[in-house]
Ligand binder design. Structure first.
Ligand code: THU
Length: 137
């Protein structure tokens, strides 16, 4: 495989560092997400589960919250890491949450850390998406 972009190495490291802090005692499936934002900073988040299962948080919205809290406004690139060999792709709800702050062409790298990363885009993961533009924004 060709040498990976330096930004993906930085995003991978950030996603893995925060994944170590995931709280996933029920699924034992620890996920980390790292966002490169329009301010040039990297913002990361992990999944936080709950004994009341449906109210657990995925890693991606945690990273989005960190981005907005830290002053980033738009998502330029996303890197998601998790266990196993299958690429850890954002769930349907997370695709829509990413959509709020990203464009269809925004790259998303999905990585099961024992396998190869999948390089895709938000538009491929969420085609014909409903977004802020439908509401005139
Ligand atoms: N999970 C994420 O945090 N992000 C994803 O992209 C896929 C799934 C979490 C939710 C839950 O805590 C665990 O992984 C198992 O579904």
């Amino acid at each position: 495989m060709a040498a990976r972009a330096a930004i993906d190495e930085r995003l991978f490291e950030a996603a893995e560092a925060v994944r170590a802090r995931a709280y996933a005692p029920y699924s034992n499936f620890q996920v980390g997400a790292a966002i490169l934002a329009d301010d040039g900073n990297i913002y990361a988040g992990c999944n936080i589960e709950n004994a009341a299962y449906p109210i657990g948080n995925c890693a991606e919205p945690s990273a989005i919250a960190a981005m907005r809290a830290g002053g980033g406004r738009r998502i330029e690139r996303v890197y998601v890491t998790g266990p196993g060999t299958l690429p850890v792709t954002p769930c349907g709800g997370c695709r829509q949450r990413i959509r709020e702050f990203a464009a269809p062409e925004t790259p998303i790298v999905c990585h099961g850390v024992d396998g190869e990363p999948l390089y895709t885009t938000l538009g491929e993961l969420l085609p014909h998406s409903f977004g802020p533009n439908h509401l005139g924004r």
